[in-house]
Ligand binder design. Structure first.
Ligand SMILES: [Zn+2]
Length: 484
């Protein structure tokens, strides 16, 4: 203990370097490099810095030669766990590594080489981004930006924009203006959800006290509350609503859904128990049925039974009676695929997508999809790029791809896709870009901060683009409205 790897770590931030250490000290070495990376590159979060630190190493036994990359997390955990007196379970190789020994020769020395190349590439991508976007025009604001906290939802006829203000009230503005229509106070600033359930009704779920959610059905003409109910437990953030049927669904635990039927201005609550729900949470299909992904399978709820449709992961994107889902893993273990199915016939097929995960799918034309992967905080050190691709389904061809090298983990890449007008809004680390669906070239750019969490909505009947940006998750921000 008490080994000082500071000097090594500082030099490792700039250029490749090697050191021979006692194997059990490896976790201290990684922590030292992580801390030095954070100091050298203040834009890095600690999770990202840890990923760059651990993934930048290649390890060798002085006698037996190179270790595989999989050894890194095992050795790191062994060191970190020893401090807490925990034992790692696994095969004989893992047991040896856990004791700080080479599984082949039993030696306890480790040659640790670090290359800062991936973090340097990441910074180059940031600089390149700034350069590429020079001289491209901005967008015109339709009205003064409004203070914003979260939960933007647009009325089905696009005349109203509802959201939560930083002080916690739920507000409604006439779209394209900074004219407040109404404002209602809710019991706490912790607004959990806000969704239109019919053209003139919005459902508001807010936390009254711990494990007690107030459900209010609000008339959007004047902000009056038409019905109220209490859900005496937790809810999660993943939800969907259908303004045609008045149905609302939200996750209340990892394997339970709360369904609220708001038809005829009543609040009828029921629950549905399923298996563990994966991203993107529950969705209501164009047929009014509930869909969700549970353990790599897409399910549809019919009556009170769920029916497995196909393999799927990460996202559910409907187009008429067709559904598209993603696949793959952020550590690139296993194959990825685009899953395509017909809701009427339940016939599905898949298009192989290598090992790159598909996390986001948006409609980008009659036969076109916009497809993107997200950047994972855990794996950014090894897989730092988000890639957005325009894909032709019929010819199974990638028409173009854009690599985004500076995006923060878990940020949405595709913010809006407007195939009718041939453009989409995507985000990089430093910019929001309105790009042409034809060739991916930027038409307009808006600067943004790396940390910002951005959502966008397109109001096609009014040619308005809403951009909601917050400094970070659940932090206050601004709602901007642009006229296109
Ligand atoms: Zn060895």
């Amino acid at each position: 203990m008490g080994v000082d790897f500071k000097e090594f770590a500082q030099r490792a931030c700039q250029s490749p370097i090697s050191i021979t250490i006692i194997m059990s000290e490896f976790s201290q070495l990684v922590d030292a490099v992580r801390d030095a990376l954070i100091k050298t590159y203040p834009n890095l979060g600690s999770g990202e810095a840890f990923s760059y630190a651990s993934n930048g190493f290649s390890l060798r036994c002085p006698h037996c030669g190179p270790f595989s990359h999989e050894v890194i997390p095992i050795l790191y955990l062994a060191g970190a766990m020893t401090k807490h007196g925990t034992v790692i379970y696994g095969g004989p190789n893992i047991a040896a590594l856990d004791q700080g020994r080479c599984p082949r020769c039993g030696g306890n020395m480790l040659i640790s080489s670090f290359s800062p190349q991936s973090i340097i590439d990441h910074l180059e991508a940031e600089k390149r981004e700034a350069f590429i976007s020079e001289g491209i025009s901005s967008l015109d604001l339709a009205c003064t930006p409004i203070a914003y906290l979260g939960n933007i939802n647009i009325s089905p006829n696009e005349d109203l924009v509802c959201f939560t203000e930083p002080n916690g009230s739920v507000v409604s503005y006439d779209s394209g203006t900074d004219q407040l229509r109404w404002s209602i106070n809710v019991p706490s600033a912790t607004i959990r959800l806000l969704r239109f359930v019919s053209p003139e009704r919005v459902l508001v779920l807010s936390e009254k006290q711990e494990n007690q959610i107030l459900i209010q059905l609000v008339n959007t003409i004047d902000g009056s509350v038409l019905a109220e109910s209490i859900w005496p437990n937790k809810i999660y953030g993943y939800a969907d609503s259908d303004p045609l049927t008045g149905l609302f669904v939200v996750e209340i635990s990892y394997d339970n859904l709360l369904i609220i039927n708001t038809a005829n201005d009543k609040l009828e609550l029921s629950t549905y128990k399923c298996g563990q729900i994966y991203l993107p949470g529950p969705k209501i299909g164009p047929d009014g049925k509930l869909y969700f992904i549970e353990h790599f399978q897409l399910y549809c709820v019919e009556g009170n039974q769920q029916r497995s449709l196909a393999s799927a992961d990460h996202c559910i994107c409907f187009r008429g009676t067709t559904v598209y889902c993603g696949g793959g893993h952020s550590d690139r273990s296993g194959k990825s695929a685009l899953h395509i199915g017909d809701l009427n016939s339940s016939i599905f097929h898949e298009i192989p997508w290598g090992n790159e995960p598909i996390n986001e799918i948006a409609i980008a034309g009659d036969d076109r999809l916009l497809i993107a992967n997200n950047v994972s905080e855990v794996h950014i050190g090894r897989y730092p790029n988000a890639v957005v691709t325009l894909f032709s389904i019929a010819s199974q061809k990638k028409e173009w791809s854009l690599t985004i090298g500076d995006l923060k983990p878990w940020r949405t890449v595709i913010l809006v896709s407007v195939p009718a007008e041939g453009w989409a809004l995507i985000q990089t680390g430093k910019f929001l870009k309105r790009i042409s669906l034809k060739d991916g070239k930027p038409m307009n750019v808006l600067p943004k901060q790396m940390q910002e969490v951005v959502t966008a909505n397109w109001l096609s009947s009014r040619n308005l683009l809403y951009v909601a940006r917050c400094l970070d998750q659940n932090k206050p921000g601004l709602l901007e409205c642009y006229r296109i």
